[in-house]
Each structure stands twice: as C-alpha cells, then as structure tokens.
Ligand binder design. Structure first.
Ligand SMILES: C[S@@+](CC[C@H](N)C(=O)[O-])C[C@H]1O[C@@H](n2cnc3c(N)ncnc32)[C@H](O)[C@@H]1O
Length: 225
C-alpha cells in the first residue's frame, strides 16, 4: 500500500510504525479492506492512516491509563495505539468476528499491554473502565449506547469516532450516518467536542473530551491581557 492522500495519509509522512505495517499486511491476508472504497457499501474497513496517527497522538498522553477499542477489525487501529501508548498503559480491544480477532491477536501477540477479546464490545468493556481513550468503531447506533461510553471515560478522557465525510467534501459519504454521529457528540453535555478533517480533506473524525468533575476544576483566574 502506498502512503498517499488516496488512503487518508500525507505523502510527506514517514514510514508506518512496524506494528502498523504488520497489521496492514494481515488485513491483506484475511481480506479486510484498508479503505472504505475497497470495502464497498456498508462493509467495514480498517481505520485510515490519518485516523491512526490521530489515535496515536491521544494514546501517547494516556500515562498509566486504560484504552478501549470497540471493533478491532484486523488490528490496524490497535497497532497505531499500541505503537504510541506509554509503557504503563493498557489497551483492551474487542471484536465480534472470531477470524478478525484471531488476525489481530497475530499482530499484537507480542505486546503484554494489549488484550484482544472476542465478543460484544460494549458488554466486555462496560466493567473495565474508566478509560482515558475510547475508539468507538463498531458501528453503534443509539444515543443511549453512546451515552454509556461517555460514562466510562474518566474526567478528561477522550472518545473518538471516525468514518465521516466533511460536509464540504466533493464526494458523497453517508450523510445520515454522519449526522447521527455528530448528533451523539452534540447531544452529550459532558463532552467538549469537535470534528477534525484529515489531511486528505476527504475524511473526518469526531473527538470529544469528557469534562472534569466540578470538584476537579481549577480556577486559573482572569486571563492576562
Ligand atoms: C470499522 S471496523 C473496525 C476497524 C478497526 N477499529 C481498525 O482500526 O482497523 C468495525 C468492526 O467492528 C466489528 N463489530 C461490529 N459489531 C461489533 C460488536 N458489537 N462488538 C465488537 N465488534 C463489533 C466488526 O466485525 C468490524 O470488524
């Protein structure tokens, strides 16, 4: 696979981390698409490199924290996260498809910080928080499910959803699905959130930070002028 705008990455980006390169190769072996275009309508695909790099940035800040991923696929997002997260951080990733979960285990087997679990992601992850980062990538459909995920974040924790198309992008995405995702973030008053357009300008993601509890807030006083 070339690293270019065609797959959501920048031409100038350096090589992928070795774990990510391995996950990309395993996707080829098990027939898990690397892009939405390759996957086709309503079929899952791996997170784009631009999403992976974004997850890596967030994961790198999860000192002593726990990260959860809903929907492992063949391990591409996990590979980005594991490549960047601190040594004292743990990643639990859950995939309902046994073949894909096994593929991801082959990618991540050498890393004791990472657990790949076969099952229903929400059921598995519910009791294992609080999380400093959740990558909600299993296609959840209801505001109630989304609200539960936000509850599992620790104050200051982040939640990410991808696979959106920026509103001004020339190509058509799934406007109804994108509107639903934006509605999840906009509808949860605990989140400070935004949409981030990837460097290819054709794809975007949503990221929200759970606000600190009132007791944890520090009043930094008036801003100096
Ligand atoms: C978009 S893909 C995940 C891609 C992956 N996160 C990555 O970064 O490459 C969505 C995955 O979620 C899985 N999935 C769907 N429903 C699920 C559920 N309830 N629990 C766990 N996995 C689920 C699908 O089998 C599919 O592999």
């Amino acid at each position: 696979m070339t690293q270019s705008a065609a797959n959501g990455d920048l031409d100038e980006c350096p090589e992928y981390p070795p774990l990510v390169a391995r996950a990309n190769a395993i996707c080829g072996e098990v027939g898990f698409a690397l892009t939405r275009e390759d996957a086709g309508q309503d079929r899952p695909s791996a997170c784009l490199p631009g999403v992976g790099r974004f997850l890596a940035v967030l994961a790198a800040g999860c000192l002593g924290g726990r990260i959860g991923e809903l929907g492992t696929g063949a391990g591409v997002g996990s590979a980005w996260i594991a490549s960047a997260m601190p040594a004292d951080c743990a990643l639990i990733t859950v995939e309902s498809d046994e073949v894909l979960a096994d593929a991801a285990r082959r990618v991540l087997a050498g890393d004791p910080r990472v657990e790949v679990i076969t099952g229903d992601a929400a059921a598995v992850l519910a009791d294992q928080g609080p999380y400093c980062l959740l990558f909600a990538d299993s296609g959840l459909r209801s505001p109630g499910q989304f609200s539960a995920l936000v509850s599992w974040l620790r104050p200051g924790g982040r939640i990410v959803m991808d696979d959106l198309v920026p509103v001004d992008a020339p190509q058509r995405g799934s406007p109804a699905a994108d509107a639903m995702k934006r509605g999840f973030f906009a509808g949860d008053s605990r989140l400070t959130w935004t949409e981030v357009v990837l460097p290819d300008l054709r794809n975007s993601l949503l990221v929200g930070t759970r606000e600190p509890e009132a007791a944890d807030r520090t009043d930094c006083g008036p801003c100096p002028v």
